[in-house]
Design a protein. Structure first.
Length: 350
């Protein structure tokens, strides 16, 4: 049994140790708080939502993809990750272009597209062979190429983004809708352009209504079409509704029955999407898809209107890296020359 004095000494020692522990904590409290604050300051950046943007890099037009990426990256503070889709033969070129230019700062992943998935699904059409290039159909296979994202932006390569891509990404999709597109009848400012170049903006311009399979759809030929060059897509709904399988079904039916062709609407990738998404898509703000800039080498929009536009699309034959074309200055602002010298702009004095 310890004497009374020893017990008191032990209690006193415990008291002193407790006081020391409290004082120690108080002295070290500030650095500890700073440390946790530093973690808190970093965590939003780490958890900031990625905006996945899918864009194709096709042989002969890689400069288009580079200019599009450059314009997006330069006009946003958002956490964008670019999924650059190419064929096996073109991937080394686009990778070198990015890594040896000022685009080396971007976050990107190069994805190889296997054209064998299209075997037996494309009807050969000699009038516009460029529209049959495998990468034109990448948009049909988004969930197979992009695995971890719920929401994805797909963009054609012949575009320039003048707004903040975050705005486009924030496009609301209605429940049950797998995608959002721009209606071809949506913006009065473009109607005159459409009329002047003979651009089609209804289903009649894309589907062959002489065919029974098309009439059986019950879609009025005067229904306004949409343009799938800019897509905001919900991957969960896309997979749930088996959109890719539906699109492939209509591609195969076209091979057998010639239900649509590039001589109609100017694109064999648009027609199956018009069928599959009829009445089941949300809409994109019209200023986020100003199109038809490539339909005529003569017809121009007003400069004021183009300055207000968030996204410009040179759909049609007359591309801004070729000659003749219109509003090339707006496109060339974002173009980055090819370090390898393979891709060159076609200009009147070149």
């Amino acid at each position: 049994i310890l004497p009374f004095a020893s017990v008191n000494q032990i209690l006193l020692l415990l008291l002193v140790l407790t006081v020391c522990a409290i004082l120690y904590n108080k002295v070290h409290q500030v650095p500890s708080a700073l440390k946790s604050e530093a973690v808190d300051l970093e965590s939003p950046e780490e958890t900031e939502e990625e905006i996945p943007v899918v864009i194709c890099a096709a042989a002969g037009r890689m400069g288009a993809a580079v200019a599009a990426i450059s314009s997006i990256y330069s006009n946003t503070e958002a956490n964008v990750v670019f999924y650059i889709v190419g064929l096996k033969t073109t991937i080394p070129h686009i990778r070198k272009w990015i890594e040896k230019s000022k685009l080396k700062e971007i976050k990107f992943k190069v994805v190889e597209f296997n054209p064998m998935v299209l075997k037996g699904k494309i009807r050969q059409d000699a009038s516009r062979p460029e529209l049959l290039q495998p990468l034109n159909f990448v948009r049909f296979y988004l969930p197979l190429l992009i695995q971890k994202h719920e929401k994805v932006i797909y963009l054609d390569d012949d575009i320039i983004v003048q707004g903040d891509i975050q705005e486009l990404y924030d496009t609301k999709l209605a429940p049950g809708h797998a995608a959002a597109f721009s209606d071809d009848c949506d913006l009065p400012s473009t109607h005159e352009m459409v009329r002047s170049v003979g651009m089609q903006n209804t289903y009649m311009g894309f589907l062959d209504y002489r065919k029974q399979a098309i009439r059986d759809l019950g879609i009025s030929p005067s229904t306004c079409s949409f343009n799938p060059g800019v897509i905001v897509a919900n991957m969960t709904e896309w997979k749930h509704q088996r959109i890719t399988k539906q699109l492939e079904k209509w591609m195969q039916r076209n091979v057998e029955e010639n239900l649509y062709s590039s001589t109609l609407g100017g694109g064999v990738a648009t027609s199956p999407m018009l069928i599959v998404f009829h009445g089941k898509y949300s809409t994109i703000n019209p200023m986020w898809h100003i199109r038809h800039l490539g339909w005529s080498p003569d017809t121009r929009y007003s400069e004021h209107f183009l300055q207000e536009a968030k996204l410009l699309h040179w759909n049609g034959r007359y591309k801004p890296w070729d000659y003749p074309s219109v509003h090339t200055d707006l496109w060339e602002n974002w173009f980055i020359p090819d370090p390898s010298g393979k891709f060159k702009l076609t200009r009147p004095d070149s």
